[in-house]
Design a protein around this ligand. Structure first.
Ligand code: 3PG
Length: 208
């Protein structure tokens, strides 16, 4: 099992946040990601076939960490224990945190305020999804929060794009950003698979 810090470091600079629209879409993206050596994917539980998509990505991307996102309740967390490498929520829930600790599941809760960070730190978390990052203050908010919480590590997500992700990554408290812009739609994939492949390869180039 990888701890939350290892997950965000391994996935840097961008956690691919996938909202696949069909199993075919998931398969095509997983093949693309495997070819580009994408290190981790967060598959949001917002599609009726989401768990099948998780299985598909695990099969097609054996070297990557496959996580589930938008985990909102106990039932989803318990299923993720067996089927995913890590779990992400948009917010913080003490119940889910306790369940994750009990089942030794790698859990990255979402936070948006100092109060939520305090609540999550009281449950031994220090790696957070900051969500929805751009809408709640973006880089300026992260700079402010890293004052009272120097040990907190953030993966800001929501409203981050190719145009601004470097500004987030420049902050010492940010280990990676989350973004759906690196996950092509079915139409985009058909139109420019080669373009996405070279973009992803450039993004995850290591040691250069
Ligand atoms: C998420 O679920 O983490 C966000 O919806 C992703 O945000 P984005 O689409 O703005 O990258």
């Amino acid at each position: 099992m990888h701890d939350a810090l290892t997950v965000v470091k391994k996935t840097a600079p961008v956690m691919a946040v996938a909202q696949f629209t069909s199993l075919d879409h998931a398969k095509a993206c997983a093949e693309l990601f495997a070819e580009a050596a994408v290190p981790a994917v967060e598959i949001t539980l917002r599609h009726p076939d989401a768990w099948q998509m998780v299985k598909l990505c695990k099969d097609l991307m054996p070297n990557a960490l496959i996580g589930v996102g938008t985990v909102l309740n106990r039932r989803q967390m318990l299923r993720a224990v067996d089927e995913a490498d890590f779990v992400i929520s948009p917010g913080f829930s003490r119940e889910l945190s306790m369940l994750a600790h009990k089942t030794l599941t790698t859990y990255i809760p979402g936070v948006a305020t100092a109060t939520e960070i305090m609540a999550a730190m009281a449950e031994e978390h220090r790696v957070f999804k900051m969500y929805p990052a751009a809408a709640i203050g973006g880089v300026a908010l992260l700079k402010s929060l890293s004052g009272p919480f120097p040990d907190a590590v953030f993966c800001p997500t929501g409203g981050i794009s190719e145009a601004n992700y470097q500004e987030y990554l420049a902050l010492p408290c940010v280990s990676c950003v989350g973004g759906s812009w690196i996950v092509p739609s079915e139409a985009a994939l058909q139109k420019d698979r080669a373009g996405y492949l070279s973009m992803l390869k450039r993004l995850y180039q290591r040691g250069t």
